[in-house]
Design a protein around this ligand. Structure first.
Ligand SMILES: CC(C)(COP(=O)(O)OP(=O)(O)OC[C@H]1O[C@@H](n2cnc3c(N)ncnc32)[C@H](O)[C@@H]1OP(=O)(O)O)[C@@H](O)C(=O)NCCC(=O)NCCS
Length: 159
């Protein structure tokens, strides 16, 4: 998938292998603040094909992972490890990245998208997500979350 778009100097595109280290370094900061689950670089290496990134020139300034899973109710998408460098927040980059991921998820047939968040629930709600009971989210995905983080679950239908 090679969709890309411009937001001033910002380009949003699918990640490539060269993005692995910048994605890891950006994410480490937010993980150390407790905003993201800690992942080592090997976990990112296994999932870099899942990622969308935003760049400002040569600098990687935002990323989000998304994967598509199957369930009895049909395919669903999950957004994870979503972060925008602090210096670039509040400029619409996160919203743009999310829309790119949702369009991609629709193209893959996903009917809903889930996110787990400890502190940004309101941000997701303003973008069409609803707080969802854990029991209503796909059990296989829920079982992979770290229960000690106490993240709330948000879901948006994709139509
Ligand atoms: C959440 C995040 C990805 C949003 O990216 P962004 O590029 O700043 O988002 P946008 O510019 O598209 O949207 C900014 C708006 O969201 C609001 N916002 C930012 N963080 C928010 C939060 N935690 N809760 C609610 N609203 C928030 C801003 O005030 C701004 O509002 P405005 O449009 O009325 O000015 C980014 O703030 C971030 O990296 N947060 C830290 C990591 C994190 O918690 N990730 C989520 C884990 S799933």
């Amino acid at each position: 998938m090679s969709t890309s778009a411009d937001l001033g100097n910002i380009t949003v595109r699918k990640a490539c292998n060269e993005d692995l280290e910048p994605v890891y370094k950006l994410s480490v900061h937010f993980a150390s603040e407790g905003m993201l689950r800690r992942r080592d670089i090997f976990e990112f290496a296994d999932s870099i094909a899942d990622f969308w990134v935003a760049t400002d020139g040569q600098d990687l300034i935002a990323c989000v992972g998304r994967h598509i899973e199957e369930s009895d109710a049909g395919p669903y998408a999950v957004c994870y490890n979503f972060c925008v460098r602090s210096s670039h927040q509040g400029r619409g980059i996160g919203g743009f990245l999310l829309e790119a991921v949702l369009d991609d998820a629709r193209r893959h047939g996903a009917r809903s998208v889930y996110a787990a968040s400890t502190r940004t629930g309101d941000w997701f709600i303003r973008r069409g997500f609803a707080l969802t009971k854990t029991g209503q989210a796909p059990a296989e995905w829920i079982s992979q979350l770290d229960p000690t983080r106490g993240a709330a679950i948000y879901m948006r239908s994709l139509r």
